[in-house]
Design a binder for this molecule. Structure first.
Ligand code: AMP
Ligand code: MN
Ligand code: MN
Ligand code: MN
Length: 309
């Protein structure tokens, strides 16, 4: 595949880079099938993408085939749920060699954790008046994908207990609410270890979305690095430019690489594949220049050809 030349550094250019390393499909809580996400990326000028479904790589094979057909570079990936000092932290694993070894086992454990967690969330939602909560969430999700909080949110809306998803999260499922069950997730450091051992790059997902102070965020970055983490999302969707510059300083101080992603879940919202705030001019290197990824990206992301899918 002829490779787009991606910039080796962030120059503060406001034109879209054509990179999106954080998106969801029907393999987790996204609305579009994996191939449809890839098609939308191709149509929107995204040249390098990663499908990052929650705790699974189930959509990656389908996405990989579509990516080859449509001339988009695809990195196999997943967004892993973890726990750090009582905070639910997400780690994107960019996996040029696919999910292997401890990570493959880890993903199986994550699927079991998600099931046990769904039962616990269901019990809590029943106390709030949602009878047969597990069956109702399953009805929302369909038969195939693992259950997540959005399925319970939709079930609460369908039962008329809340007017919309936003209210469902604000009152019952969001951070610190009854349905925010984190106890089943493994520790941040363990999950980072799985990604590193699989030859992948561990990326701290959306560091600005955990409600942490700057100091606490610094501690999170330090612990993440101590565990072997190599990068963080400098840009996740749309964010304030001053805050982004400040985050860039925190990454620069720690010699982390910077990733970017929309966190796209469904069409029609304010996010689309490839749409996000432009990264500022910074010395923090783009994650695609990381030694573990540079070869794969330059070779046209032929991870699928090398059997990683
Ligand atoms: P889970 O993976 O089961 O913990 O569910 C987390 C997912 O819920 C996130 O990845 C988002 O897709 C979704 N989510 C979180 N907060 C909200 C919110 N306030 N409104 C709508 N969806 C949300
Ligand atoms: Mn999600
Ligand atoms: Mn996330
Ligand atoms: Mn996400």
């Amino acid at each position: 595949m002829p490779q787009p030349s991606l910039p080796a550094r962030f120059e503060g250019d406001s034109a879209p880079l054509g990179v999106d390393l954080h998106m969801h499909s029907t393999a987790s809580d996204g609305a579009l099938a994996p191939a449809e996400v890839v098609a939308l990326c191709a149509a929107r000028g995204v040249r390098l993408m990663a499908l990052t479904d929650h705790d699974t790589v189930a959509g990656v094979a389908e996405a990989g085939e579509a990516a080859i057909r449509l001339g988009v570079s695809l990195l196999p990936a997943t967004e892993l749920s973890t726990r750090w000092h009582g905070v639910g932290i997400h780690v994107v694993g960019l996996l040029p060699q696919g999910a292997r070894g401890a990570l493959a086992e880890g993903l199986e454990a994550q699927a079991r954790a998600r099931e046990a967690r769904a039962e616990e969330i269901a019990g809590r939602m029943e106390k709030l008046g949602l009878d047969d909560a597990l069956a109702r969430a399953r009805e929302q999700a369909g038969p195939h994908r693992p259950l997540g909080r959005p399925d319970f949110a939709r079930a609460l809306v369908a039962a008329g207990l809340v007017p919309d998803m936003a209210t469902a999260f604000r009152k019952h499922l969001g951070s610190g609410k009854a349905g925010d069950v984190k106890a089943h997730w493994p520790a941040l450091a363990e999950v980072v270890g799985w990604v590193v051992e699989a030859g992948g790059v561990a990326v701290l997902a959306h560091p600005l979305r955990y409600g942490l102070t700057r100091r606490k965020r610094g501690q999170l970055l330090d612990d993440f690095i101590a565990a072997g983490g190599q990068a963080a999302e400098l840009v996740s969707g749309f964010q304030n430019a001053d805050v982004t510059r400040d985050l860039a300083r925190q990454l620069d101080e720690r010699a982390l690489h910077a990733s970017l992603g929309s966190d796209f879940h469904f069409p029609g919202g304010h996010l689309a594949p490839g749409s996000m705030s432009p990264p500022p001019r910074t010395a923090v290197p783009p994650v695609w220049t990381h030694p573990l990824l540079a070869g794969v990206v330059a070779a046209g992301c032929d991870a699928s050809a090398s059997g990683a899918l």
